[in-house]
Design a binder for this molecule. Structure first.
Ligand code: DQA
Length: 139
């Protein structure tokens, strides 16, 4: 089974960025933990700060991979292009947010991605990625 984790803009700064919201762990070290925890899965990781690169990656892998875990970050609230890319592919996409987007600023409470995702996990910290993998495993 192949699962890809895709992170959007500014998530390369996890561990340094607003740690009171997003925590102190960087994603590279968390990804190493995930690989140990889910050795039976072929896990890959991609991060980009650019909307076009995220669309291209979703198109590139979306017809062959078994599932995608996507944290579109700020593009959740703005990107019809990422929404359309998800609608176009075959792979199920689980939307993950580290923080609870419904308990923050009003502009974060709408996600263009949620209506095309199979499910949404928001506010459970990095553990959300782990739960998203488990949900794809039991699909
Ligand atoms: C985020 C929430 C978004 O509103 C924000 O722009 C992010 C991260 C989260 O994981 O909580 O960059 O997607």
């Amino acid at each position: 089974m192949q699962i890809a984790i895709i992170n959007g803009p500014n998530l390369n700064l996890l561990g340094k960025r607003e740690t009171y919201i997003y925590g102190k762990q960087d994603f590279a070290s968390y990804f190493e933990q995930l690989k140990i925890q889910f050795q039976e899965i072929e896990l890959s990781y991609f991060q980009s700060n650019s909307e076009g690169d995220l669309v291209s990656k979703i198109q590139e892998i979306g017809f062959t991979i078994d599932g995608i875990i996507l944290n579109p970050a700020a593009y959740s609230h703005t990107s019809i292009a990422i929404r359309d890319a998800i609608a176009a592919i075959k792979a199920p996409v689980v939307e993950v947010h580290i923080s609870n987007i419904y308990a923050r600023e009003p502009f974060r409470t709408h996600s263009y991605i949620s209506s095309v995702a199979v499910g949404v996990i928001s506010g459970l910290g990095l553990k959300g990625y782990e739960l998203a993998i488990e949900s794809l495993l039991t699909k």
